[in-house]
Design a protein around this ligand. Sequence first.
Ligand SMILES: O=P(O)(O)OC[C@@H](O)[C@@H](O)c1c[nH]c2ccccc12
Length: 256
Amino acid sequence: MLDSLVAGALADASERRAIRSLADVESAALARPAALDALAQLAPSDRVKIIAEVKRSSPSRGALAEIPDPAALALAYETGGASVISVLTEGRKFGGSLADLEAVRAAVSLPVLRKDFVAEPYQVFEARAAGADLVLLIVAALETPLLTELYDLINQLGMTALVETHTADELDRAIDLGAQLVGVNARNLSTFELDQNLFGTLADRIPAGVIRVAESAVKTPADVAHYRAAGADVVLIGEALVTGDPVATLTEFLGS
Ligand SMILES: O=P(O)(O)OC[C@@H](O)[C@@H](O)c1c[nH]c2ccccc12
Protein backbone atom coordinates (compact mmCIF):
# COMPACT_ATOMS: atom_id res chain seq x y z
CA MET A 1 0.00 0.00 0.00
CA LEU A 2 2.75 2.45 0.88
CA ASP A 3 4.36 1.84 -2.52
CA SER A 4 1.14 2.63 -4.37
CA LEU A 5 0.58 5.78 -2.29
CA VAL A 6 4.07 6.97 -3.24
CA ALA A 7 3.57 6.01 -6.89
CA GLY A 8 0.28 7.94 -6.99
CA ALA A 9 1.80 11.00 -5.38
CA LEU A 10 4.70 10.95 -7.86
CA ALA A 11 2.34 10.56 -10.81
CA ASP A 12 0.32 13.55 -9.62
CA ALA A 13 3.51 15.57 -9.10
CA SER A 14 4.66 14.78 -12.61
CA GLU A 15 1.33 16.06 -14.00
CA ARG A 16 1.78 19.29 -12.09
CA ARG A 17 5.35 19.56 -13.31
CA ALA A 18 4.10 19.42 -16.92
CA ILE A 19 2.18 22.64 -16.14
CA ARG A 20 4.68 24.29 -13.82
CA SER A 21 8.35 23.50 -14.36
CA LEU A 22 10.83 22.59 -11.66
CA ALA A 23 12.69 25.86 -12.37
CA ASP A 24 9.47 27.83 -11.81
CA VAL A 25 8.61 26.10 -8.56
CA GLU A 26 12.19 26.44 -7.36
CA SER A 27 12.22 30.19 -7.90
CA ALA A 28 8.81 30.53 -6.22
CA ALA A 29 10.19 28.56 -3.25
CA LEU A 30 13.23 30.84 -2.99
CA ALA A 31 11.07 33.98 -3.26
CA ARG A 32 9.00 33.09 -0.19
CA PRO A 33 9.54 34.81 3.15
CA ALA A 34 11.69 32.65 5.45
CA ALA A 35 10.10 29.53 6.91
CA LEU A 36 8.96 29.66 10.54
CA ASP A 37 11.07 27.97 13.20
CA ALA A 38 9.16 24.77 13.85
CA LEU A 39 11.80 23.32 16.18
CA ALA A 40 11.44 26.30 18.52
CA GLN A 41 7.68 25.97 18.36
CA LEU A 42 7.77 22.24 19.21
CA ALA A 43 10.60 22.32 21.78
CA PRO A 44 10.01 20.06 24.80
CA SER A 45 8.19 21.80 27.62
CA ASP A 46 6.23 20.95 30.75
CA ARG A 47 3.12 20.63 28.58
CA VAL A 48 2.55 18.25 25.69
CA LYS A 49 2.28 20.01 22.32
CA ILE A 50 -0.10 19.18 19.49
CA ILE A 51 0.30 19.07 15.71
CA ALA A 52 -3.30 19.36 14.48
CA GLU A 53 -4.08 17.87 11.08
CA VAL A 54 -6.41 18.95 8.28
CA LYS A 55 -7.54 15.51 7.03
CA ARG A 56 -10.63 14.77 4.94
CA SER A 57 -10.27 11.03 4.48
CA SER A 58 -7.78 8.22 4.60
CA PRO A 59 -7.38 4.84 2.91
CA SER A 60 -7.83 3.04 6.21
CA ARG A 61 -10.75 5.05 7.62
CA GLY A 62 -12.54 6.32 4.51
CA ALA A 63 -14.30 9.70 4.54
CA LEU A 64 -13.90 11.54 7.83
CA ALA A 65 -15.09 15.12 7.23
CA GLU A 66 -15.84 17.38 4.27
CA ILE A 67 -13.82 20.38 5.44
CA PRO A 68 -15.18 22.95 2.95
CA ASP A 69 -12.97 25.63 4.50
CA PRO A 70 -9.54 24.29 5.56
CA ALA A 71 -8.39 27.79 6.56
CA ALA A 72 -11.28 28.13 9.04
CA LEU A 73 -10.46 24.73 10.53
CA ALA A 74 -6.79 25.66 10.86
CA LEU A 75 -7.74 28.92 12.57
CA ALA A 76 -9.84 26.93 15.04
CA TYR A 77 -6.79 24.74 15.66
CA GLU A 78 -4.72 27.83 16.35
CA THR A 79 -7.38 29.17 18.72
CA GLY A 80 -7.52 25.79 20.47
CA GLY A 81 -3.80 25.88 21.24
CA ALA A 82 -2.20 23.72 18.54
CA SER A 83 1.53 24.38 17.99
CA VAL A 84 1.77 23.36 14.34
CA ILE A 85 -0.84 22.72 11.63
CA SER A 86 -0.45 19.63 9.42
CA VAL A 87 -2.14 19.71 6.04
CA LEU A 88 -2.57 16.48 4.08
CA THR A 89 -1.92 17.48 0.47
CA GLU A 90 -2.27 13.99 -1.05
CA GLY A 91 -5.30 14.04 -3.34
CA ARG A 92 -6.13 10.46 -4.27
CA LYS A 93 -6.76 8.80 -0.91
CA PHE A 94 -6.72 11.70 1.54
CA GLY A 95 -8.68 14.27 -0.48
CA GLY A 96 -6.13 17.02 0.07
CA SER A 97 -4.29 19.48 -2.17
CA LEU A 98 -1.59 22.12 -2.21
CA ALA A 99 -4.38 24.68 -2.46
CA ASP A 100 -5.49 23.56 1.02
CA LEU A 101 -1.98 24.22 2.29
CA GLU A 102 -1.85 27.66 0.67
CA ALA A 103 -5.20 28.59 2.20
CA VAL A 104 -4.09 27.42 5.63
CA ARG A 105 -0.76 29.24 5.31
CA ALA A 106 -2.55 32.49 4.53
CA ALA A 107 -4.87 32.12 7.54
CA VAL A 108 -2.65 31.11 10.46
CA SER A 109 0.56 32.35 12.03
CA LEU A 110 1.69 28.87 13.17
CA PRO A 111 4.18 26.71 11.27
CA VAL A 112 2.52 24.51 8.63
CA LEU A 113 3.53 20.94 7.71
CA ARG A 114 3.13 19.45 4.24
CA LYS A 115 1.90 15.89 4.89
CA ASP A 116 2.24 13.85 1.72
CA PHE A 117 4.20 11.02 0.15
CA VAL A 118 7.24 13.09 -0.73
CA ALA A 119 9.78 11.19 -2.81
CA GLU A 120 11.41 13.74 -5.13
CA PRO A 121 12.85 17.26 -4.87
CA TYR A 122 10.02 18.81 -6.94
CA GLN A 123 7.57 18.08 -4.10
CA VAL A 124 9.86 19.75 -1.57
CA PHE A 125 10.12 22.92 -3.68
CA GLU A 126 6.33 22.86 -4.12
CA ALA A 127 5.91 22.66 -0.36
CA ARG A 128 8.07 25.76 0.22
CA ALA A 129 6.46 27.61 -2.69
CA ALA A 130 3.04 26.97 -1.09
CA GLY A 131 4.34 28.33 2.23
CA ALA A 132 5.09 25.13 4.16
CA ASP A 133 7.53 25.35 7.08
CA LEU A 134 7.84 21.60 7.57
CA VAL A 135 7.79 18.58 5.27
CA LEU A 136 7.05 14.98 6.23
CA LEU A 137 9.56 12.32 5.16
CA ILE A 138 8.48 8.69 5.62
CA VAL A 139 11.58 6.54 6.15
CA ALA A 140 9.81 3.35 5.03
CA ALA A 141 9.18 4.93 1.62
CA LEU A 142 12.72 6.14 0.91
CA GLU A 143 16.07 4.45 0.34
CA THR A 144 18.84 6.11 2.31
CA PRO A 145 20.45 8.15 -0.51
CA LEU A 146 17.10 9.67 -1.50
CA LEU A 147 16.09 10.16 2.13
CA THR A 148 19.35 12.04 2.69
CA GLU A 149 18.96 14.13 -0.47
CA LEU A 150 15.41 15.21 0.44
CA TYR A 151 16.33 15.82 4.08
CA ASP A 152 19.24 18.07 3.05
CA LEU A 153 17.07 19.97 0.58
CA ILE A 154 14.40 20.61 3.22
CA ASN A 155 17.07 22.07 5.51
CA GLN A 156 18.69 24.11 2.74
CA LEU A 157 15.32 25.74 2.10
CA GLY A 158 15.14 26.67 5.78
CA MET A 159 12.36 24.19 6.55
CA THR A 160 12.20 21.40 9.12
CA ALA A 161 11.77 17.71 8.29
CA LEU A 162 9.43 15.60 10.37
CA VAL A 163 11.02 12.19 9.87
CA GLU A 164 8.45 9.43 10.32
CA THR A 165 9.32 5.92 11.45
CA HIS A 166 7.53 2.72 12.37
CA THR A 167 10.33 0.28 13.34
CA ALA A 168 13.60 0.32 15.30
CA ASP A 169 15.59 0.10 12.04
CA GLU A 170 13.76 3.06 10.56
CA LEU A 171 14.30 5.00 13.76
CA ASP A 172 18.04 4.31 13.60
CA ARG A 173 18.06 5.58 10.00
CA ALA A 174 16.26 8.74 11.10
CA ILE A 175 18.78 9.33 13.89
CA ASP A 176 21.74 8.66 11.54
CA LEU A 177 20.34 11.35 9.28
CA GLY A 178 20.63 13.83 12.12
CA ALA A 179 16.86 14.38 12.30
CA GLN A 180 15.87 16.83 15.03
CA LEU A 181 12.15 16.04 14.83
CA VAL A 182 11.30 12.35 14.76
CA GLY A 183 7.84 10.78 14.59
CA VAL A 184 6.73 7.28 15.44
CA ASN A 185 3.53 6.43 13.57
CA ALA A 186 1.31 3.97 15.42
CA ARG A 187 -0.19 3.05 12.05
CA ASN A 188 1.73 0.74 9.74
CA LEU A 189 1.28 2.36 6.33
CA SER A 190 1.56 -0.97 4.52
CA THR A 191 -0.99 -2.98 6.56
CA PHE A 192 -2.82 -0.06 8.26
CA GLU A 193 -2.61 -1.89 11.58
CA LEU A 194 -2.49 0.31 14.65
CA ASP A 195 -0.18 -0.26 17.62
CA GLN A 196 -0.55 2.44 20.21
CA ASN A 197 2.27 0.91 22.30
CA LEU A 198 4.84 1.18 19.52
CA PHE A 199 5.85 4.71 20.50
CA GLY A 200 6.63 3.55 24.06
CA THR A 201 8.75 0.65 22.86
CA LEU A 202 10.81 2.86 20.51
CA ALA A 203 11.01 6.15 22.43
CA ASP A 204 14.16 5.16 24.34
CA ARG A 205 16.11 4.87 21.10
CA ILE A 206 15.56 8.56 20.40
CA PRO A 207 18.52 10.55 21.78
CA ALA A 208 18.08 13.45 24.18
CA GLY A 209 17.70 16.71 22.32
CA VAL A 210 15.66 15.18 19.51
CA ILE A 211 11.96 16.14 19.62
CA ARG A 212 9.73 13.06 19.91
CA VAL A 213 6.41 13.01 18.09
CA ALA A 214 3.76 10.31 18.64
CA GLU A 215 1.55 10.03 15.55
CA SER A 216 -1.94 8.57 15.11
CA ALA A 217 -4.53 6.81 17.29
CA VAL A 218 -5.38 9.68 19.66
CA LYS A 219 -9.12 9.67 20.31
CA THR A 220 -9.36 10.71 23.96
CA PRO A 221 -7.44 12.71 26.58
CA ALA A 222 -6.32 9.34 28.02
CA ASP A 223 -4.59 8.58 24.70
CA VAL A 224 -2.69 11.88 24.92
CA ALA A 225 -1.70 11.05 28.51
CA HIS A 226 -0.61 7.56 27.38
CA TYR A 227 1.79 9.01 24.79
CA ARG A 228 2.97 11.72 27.20
CA ALA A 229 3.78 9.14 29.87
CA ALA A 230 5.76 7.18 27.26
CA GLY A 231 7.92 10.24 26.54
CA ALA A 232 6.18 12.13 23.75
CA ASP A 233 6.98 15.85 23.48
CA VAL A 234 4.38 16.25 20.75
CA VAL A 235 1.35 14.31 19.53
CA LEU A 236 0.01 14.51 15.97
CA ILE A 237 -3.79 14.25 15.76
CA GLY A 238 -6.11 14.11 12.76
CA GLU A 239 -9.34 12.16 12.95
CA ALA A 240 -10.40 13.17 16.47
CA LEU A 241 -10.09 16.85 15.56
CA VAL A 242 -11.90 16.76 12.21
CA THR A 243 -14.78 14.67 13.54
CA GLY A 244 -15.29 16.57 16.80
CA ASP A 245 -15.43 20.23 17.81
CA PRO A 246 -11.83 21.30 17.12
CA VAL A 247 -11.44 24.01 19.77
CA ALA A 248 -13.18 22.03 22.53
CA THR A 249 -11.30 18.83 21.66
CA LEU A 250 -7.91 20.56 21.62
CA THR A 251 -8.63 22.32 24.90
CA GLU A 252 -9.55 19.02 26.47
CA PHE A 253 -6.50 17.22 25.05
CA LEU A 254 -4.09 19.96 26.12
CA GLY A 255 -5.43 19.77 29.66
CA SER A 256 -4.66 16.05 29.90
O1 LIG B 1 -6.12 10.50 12.22
P1 LIG B 1 -5.13 10.09 13.27
O2 LIG B 1 -5.26 8.65 13.69
O3 LIG B 1 -5.15 11.06 14.44
O4 LIG B 1 -3.67 10.20 12.59
C1 LIG B 1 -3.10 11.41 12.19
C2 LIG B 1 -1.76 11.17 11.47
O5 LIG B 1 -0.87 10.57 12.36
C3 LIG B 1 -1.94 10.31 10.22
O6 LIG B 1 -2.79 11.04 9.37
C4 LIG B 1 -0.62 10.01 9.51
C5 LIG B 1 0.55 9.71 10.09
N1 LIG B 1 1.51 9.49 9.16
C6 LIG B 1 0.96 9.66 7.94
C7 LIG B 1 1.56 9.59 6.67
C8 LIG B 1 0.77 9.85 5.59
C9 LIG B 1 -0.58 10.14 5.72
C10 LIG B 1 -1.17 10.23 6.99
C11 LIG B 1 -0.41 9.98 8.10
